[in-house]
Design a protein around this ligand. Structure first.
Ligand SMILES: C[S@@+](CC[C@H](N)C(=O)[O-])C[C@H]1O[C@@H](n2cnc3c(N)ncnc32)[C@H](O)[C@@H]1O
Length: 258
Protein backbone atom coordinates (compact mmCIF):
# COMPACT_ATOMS: atom_id res chain seq x y z
CA UNK A 1 0.00 0.00 0.00
CA UNK A 2 1.48 3.37 -0.95
CA UNK A 3 0.41 6.41 1.01
CA UNK A 4 -0.35 9.79 -0.50
CA UNK A 5 2.10 12.51 0.60
CA UNK A 6 -0.42 13.45 3.28
CA UNK A 7 -0.26 9.94 4.73
CA UNK A 8 3.52 9.92 4.79
CA UNK A 9 5.41 9.67 8.06
CA UNK A 10 6.76 13.22 7.65
CA UNK A 11 3.23 14.50 6.98
CA UNK A 12 2.09 12.75 10.15
CA UNK A 13 4.91 14.33 12.19
CA UNK A 14 4.10 17.78 10.82
CA UNK A 15 0.40 17.32 11.66
CA UNK A 16 1.26 16.19 15.19
CA UNK A 17 3.58 19.11 15.89
CA UNK A 18 2.17 22.00 13.82
CA UNK A 19 -0.86 22.81 15.98
CA UNK A 20 1.30 22.48 19.11
CA UNK A 21 3.92 25.06 18.15
CA UNK A 22 2.92 27.46 20.94
CA UNK A 23 2.98 24.61 23.49
CA UNK A 24 6.54 23.69 22.48
CA UNK A 25 7.68 27.33 22.69
CA UNK A 26 6.29 27.47 26.24
CA UNK A 27 7.13 23.92 27.38
CA UNK A 28 9.27 24.06 30.53
CA UNK A 29 11.22 20.87 29.72
CA UNK A 30 12.07 22.27 26.29
CA UNK A 31 12.67 25.94 27.16
CA UNK A 32 15.24 25.25 29.90
CA UNK A 33 17.50 22.56 31.29
CA UNK A 34 21.06 21.67 32.19
CA UNK A 35 21.45 20.20 28.68
CA UNK A 36 20.65 23.56 27.07
CA UNK A 37 23.09 25.30 29.44
CA UNK A 38 25.77 22.81 28.45
CA UNK A 39 25.05 23.18 24.74
CA UNK A 40 25.23 26.96 25.07
CA UNK A 41 28.61 26.71 26.86
CA UNK A 42 29.97 24.65 23.96
CA UNK A 43 28.65 27.13 21.37
CA UNK A 44 29.98 30.05 23.40
CA UNK A 45 33.49 28.57 23.36
CA UNK A 46 33.32 27.88 19.62
CA UNK A 47 31.66 31.11 18.40
CA UNK A 48 30.38 29.44 15.19
CA UNK A 49 30.04 31.42 11.98
CA UNK A 50 26.81 29.65 10.96
CA UNK A 51 25.02 27.18 13.24
CA UNK A 52 22.18 24.81 12.38
CA UNK A 53 19.40 24.00 14.87
CA UNK A 54 18.10 20.76 13.37
CA UNK A 55 14.55 19.76 14.32
CA UNK A 56 14.27 23.13 15.99
CA UNK A 57 10.71 22.76 17.29
CA UNK A 58 10.03 25.86 19.39
CA UNK A 59 13.57 27.15 18.68
CA UNK A 60 15.14 26.87 22.14
CA UNK A 61 18.52 25.73 20.80
CA UNK A 62 18.53 28.54 18.21
CA UNK A 63 17.79 31.25 20.81
CA UNK A 64 20.61 29.95 23.06
CA UNK A 65 23.17 29.77 20.25
CA UNK A 66 22.21 33.06 18.56
CA UNK A 67 24.20 35.27 20.93
CA UNK A 68 27.38 33.29 20.24
CA UNK A 69 27.06 32.74 16.47
CA UNK A 70 27.22 34.85 13.35
CA UNK A 71 24.00 33.31 12.09
CA UNK A 72 21.67 30.45 13.06
CA UNK A 73 19.34 28.51 10.78
CA UNK A 74 16.43 26.79 12.51
CA UNK A 75 15.32 23.84 10.39
CA UNK A 76 12.20 21.75 10.99
CA UNK A 77 9.58 19.72 9.14
CA UNK A 78 6.78 21.86 10.51
CA UNK A 79 6.02 25.24 8.93
CA UNK A 80 3.96 26.22 11.99
CA UNK A 81 6.91 25.54 14.32
CA UNK A 82 9.15 27.69 12.14
CA UNK A 83 6.58 30.50 12.05
CA UNK A 84 6.56 30.41 15.86
CA UNK A 85 10.38 30.52 15.92
CA UNK A 86 10.45 33.55 13.59
CA UNK A 87 7.84 35.29 15.75
CA UNK A 88 9.63 34.60 19.05
CA UNK A 89 13.02 35.59 17.62
CA UNK A 90 11.57 38.90 16.36
CA UNK A 91 9.84 39.48 19.70
CA UNK A 92 13.12 38.95 21.56
CA UNK A 93 15.08 41.16 19.16
CA UNK A 94 17.17 38.20 17.88
CA UNK A 95 18.03 39.26 14.33
CA UNK A 96 20.40 36.46 13.23
CA UNK A 97 17.99 33.48 13.29
CA UNK A 98 16.59 32.37 9.93
CA UNK A 99 14.21 29.46 9.33
CA UNK A 100 14.12 26.73 6.70
CA UNK A 101 11.52 23.98 6.33
CA UNK A 102 13.09 20.62 5.45
CA UNK A 103 13.40 17.01 6.60
CA UNK A 104 16.62 16.13 8.41
CA UNK A 105 17.11 13.31 5.93
CA UNK A 106 17.25 15.67 2.91
CA UNK A 107 18.79 18.96 3.99
CA UNK A 108 18.65 21.72 1.35
CA UNK A 109 22.11 23.06 2.25
CA UNK A 110 25.46 22.66 0.48
CA UNK A 111 28.23 20.48 1.87
CA UNK A 112 30.12 22.11 4.77
CA UNK A 113 27.62 25.01 4.96
CA UNK A 114 27.71 25.09 8.79
CA UNK A 115 30.33 24.99 11.52
CA UNK A 116 28.02 23.90 14.35
CA UNK A 117 24.95 21.66 14.57
CA UNK A 118 22.66 21.41 17.59
CA UNK A 119 19.91 18.81 17.47
CA UNK A 120 17.76 18.33 20.58
CA UNK A 121 14.82 15.96 21.16
CA UNK A 122 14.14 15.51 17.45
CA UNK A 123 15.99 12.44 16.10
CA UNK A 124 13.58 9.98 17.75
CA UNK A 125 10.92 11.24 15.29
CA UNK A 126 12.96 10.80 12.12
CA UNK A 127 11.89 8.24 9.53
CA UNK A 128 15.58 7.88 8.59
CA UNK A 129 17.74 8.17 11.72
CA UNK A 130 20.98 7.23 9.98
CA UNK A 131 20.16 9.36 6.90
CA UNK A 132 19.55 12.40 9.15
CA UNK A 133 22.89 11.86 10.87
CA UNK A 134 24.65 11.51 7.50
CA UNK A 135 23.06 14.77 6.35
CA UNK A 136 24.12 16.48 9.59
CA UNK A 137 27.68 15.35 8.87
CA UNK A 138 27.53 16.41 5.20
CA UNK A 139 26.44 19.99 5.95
CA UNK A 140 29.14 20.42 8.62
CA UNK A 141 32.63 21.60 7.73
CA UNK A 142 35.23 18.97 8.69
CA UNK A 143 36.41 19.41 12.27
CA UNK A 144 33.20 21.18 13.34
CA UNK A 145 31.16 20.18 16.38
CA UNK A 146 27.69 18.68 16.54
CA UNK A 147 25.68 18.23 19.74
CA UNK A 148 22.90 15.64 19.76
CA UNK A 149 20.50 15.45 22.69
CA UNK A 150 17.55 13.09 22.86
CA UNK A 151 15.41 10.81 24.97
CA UNK A 152 17.15 7.45 25.21
CA UNK A 153 16.22 3.83 25.50
CA UNK A 154 17.73 2.24 28.63
CA UNK A 155 18.74 -0.59 26.28
CA UNK A 156 17.51 -3.57 28.34
CA UNK A 157 14.69 -5.20 26.35
CA UNK A 158 12.05 -5.18 29.08
CA UNK A 159 12.59 -1.44 29.68
CA UNK A 160 12.94 -0.63 25.99
CA UNK A 161 9.62 -2.28 25.15
CA UNK A 162 7.79 -0.35 27.86
CA UNK A 163 9.31 2.97 26.81
CA UNK A 164 8.69 2.63 23.07
CA UNK A 165 5.12 1.47 23.73
CA UNK A 166 4.12 4.39 25.92
CA UNK A 167 5.90 6.81 23.56
CA UNK A 168 3.92 5.46 20.59
CA UNK A 169 0.63 5.57 22.47
CA UNK A 170 1.33 9.15 23.46
CA UNK A 171 2.43 10.25 19.97
CA UNK A 172 1.62 8.01 17.03
CA UNK A 173 4.41 9.67 15.01
CA UNK A 174 7.03 8.36 17.49
CA UNK A 175 9.70 6.23 15.80
CA UNK A 176 12.27 5.15 18.39
CA UNK A 177 14.23 6.30 21.41
CA UNK A 178 17.65 4.84 20.57
CA UNK A 179 19.94 3.26 23.15
CA UNK A 180 23.38 4.76 23.79
CA UNK A 181 25.11 2.02 21.80
CA UNK A 182 22.77 2.66 18.84
CA UNK A 183 23.57 6.40 18.97
CA UNK A 184 27.30 5.86 19.10
CA UNK A 185 27.33 3.29 16.30
CA UNK A 186 25.12 5.39 14.02
CA UNK A 187 27.20 8.53 14.60
CA UNK A 188 30.39 6.69 13.73
CA UNK A 189 28.84 5.25 10.56
CA UNK A 190 27.69 8.77 9.62
CA UNK A 191 31.26 10.08 9.78
CA UNK A 192 31.39 11.59 13.27
CA UNK A 193 34.04 11.06 15.93
CA UNK A 194 32.32 11.01 19.33
CA UNK A 195 34.19 13.20 21.83
CA UNK A 196 31.86 12.89 24.83
CA UNK A 197 28.64 11.06 25.59
CA UNK A 198 26.78 11.41 28.88
CA UNK A 199 23.40 10.29 30.08
CA UNK A 200 20.94 11.90 32.46
CA UNK A 201 17.35 11.62 33.63
CA UNK A 202 14.50 14.01 32.95
CA UNK A 203 11.20 13.93 34.85
CA UNK A 204 8.24 13.89 32.48
CA UNK A 205 5.18 15.36 34.16
CA UNK A 206 2.39 13.09 32.92
CA UNK A 207 -0.44 15.66 32.54
CA UNK A 208 1.71 18.13 30.58
CA UNK A 209 3.48 15.34 28.63
CA UNK A 210 0.07 14.12 27.41
CA UNK A 211 -1.44 17.58 26.86
CA UNK A 212 1.55 18.78 24.79
CA UNK A 213 0.84 16.09 22.17
CA UNK A 214 -2.97 16.15 22.46
CA UNK A 215 -2.91 12.41 23.20
CA UNK A 216 -6.41 10.94 22.83
CA UNK A 217 -8.00 9.91 26.17
CA UNK A 218 -8.10 6.25 25.09
CA UNK A 219 -4.33 6.24 24.51
CA UNK A 220 -3.62 8.10 27.76
CA UNK A 221 -5.74 5.49 29.58
CA UNK A 222 -3.79 2.70 27.85
CA UNK A 223 -0.51 4.21 29.05
CA UNK A 224 -1.85 4.39 32.60
CA UNK A 225 -2.99 0.75 32.35
CA UNK A 226 0.47 -0.31 31.15
CA UNK A 227 2.08 1.59 34.00
CA UNK A 228 -0.32 0.07 36.56
CA UNK A 229 0.48 -3.43 35.31
CA UNK A 230 4.21 -2.88 34.98
CA UNK A 231 6.70 -5.11 36.78
CA UNK A 232 8.75 -3.92 39.73
CA UNK A 233 11.78 -3.67 37.40
CA UNK A 234 9.95 -1.36 35.00
CA UNK A 235 8.30 0.71 37.73
CA UNK A 236 11.60 1.03 39.53
CA UNK A 237 13.66 2.01 36.51
CA UNK A 238 11.28 4.68 35.26
CA UNK A 239 10.37 5.86 38.76
CA UNK A 240 6.68 5.77 37.81
CA UNK A 241 4.67 8.05 40.10
CA UNK A 242 1.03 7.83 41.18
CA UNK A 243 -0.11 10.25 38.46
CA UNK A 244 1.91 8.54 35.68
CA UNK A 245 4.85 10.96 35.73
CA UNK A 246 8.14 9.17 35.11
CA UNK A 247 11.87 9.58 34.55
CA UNK A 248 13.06 9.56 30.93
CA UNK A 249 16.70 8.64 30.24
CA UNK A 250 18.43 11.19 28.04
CA UNK A 251 21.68 11.22 26.08
CA UNK A 252 23.96 14.17 25.30
CA UNK A 253 26.61 13.57 22.65
CA UNK A 254 29.33 15.95 21.50
CA UNK A 255 30.79 14.77 18.21
CA UNK A 256 33.22 16.12 15.64
CA UNK A 257 32.69 15.94 11.88
CA UNK A 258 35.60 13.65 11.08
C1 LIG B 1 10.23 17.85 20.51
S1 LIG B 1 10.36 18.91 19.16
C2 LIG B 1 11.96 19.60 19.19
C3 LIG B 1 12.37 20.35 20.39
C4 LIG B 1 13.42 21.41 20.17
N1 LIG B 1 14.57 20.95 19.40
C5 LIG B 1 13.85 21.94 21.53
O1 LIG B 1 15.03 21.83 21.87
O2 LIG B 1 12.99 22.44 22.24
C6 LIG B 1 10.66 17.80 17.81
C7 LIG B 1 10.73 18.54 16.48
O3 LIG B 1 11.35 17.69 15.51
C8 LIG B 1 10.73 17.97 14.27
N2 LIG B 1 10.98 16.85 13.37
C9 LIG B 1 10.53 15.59 13.48
N3 LIG B 1 10.99 14.84 12.47
C10 LIG B 1 11.77 15.64 11.71
C11 LIG B 1 12.55 15.44 10.54
N4 LIG B 1 12.60 14.25 9.94
N5 LIG B 1 13.21 16.49 10.02
C12 LIG B 1 13.14 17.71 10.61
N6 LIG B 1 12.44 17.96 11.74
C13 LIG B 1 11.76 16.94 12.29
C14 LIG B 1 9.26 18.15 14.62
O4 LIG B 1 8.55 18.83 13.62
C15 LIG B 1 9.35 18.91 15.94
O5 LIG B 1 9.26 20.29 15.74
Amino acid sequence: MTGSPDNSHDGHVARQFGPQAAAYVQSAVHAAGADLDRLETIAQALQPRHALDLGSGGGHVAYRIAGHAGAVTACDLSAEMLAAVAQVAAGRGIANVATRQAPAERLPFPDAAFDFVGCRFSAHHWLGFEAGLRESRRVLAPGSVAVFIDGMSPGRAVLDTHLQTIELLRDTSHVRDYAAAEWLGALERAGFAVKAATTDRLRMDFPTWIARMRTPDTNAAAIRALQAGASAEVRGHFGIEADGSFQLDTIFVKAIAA
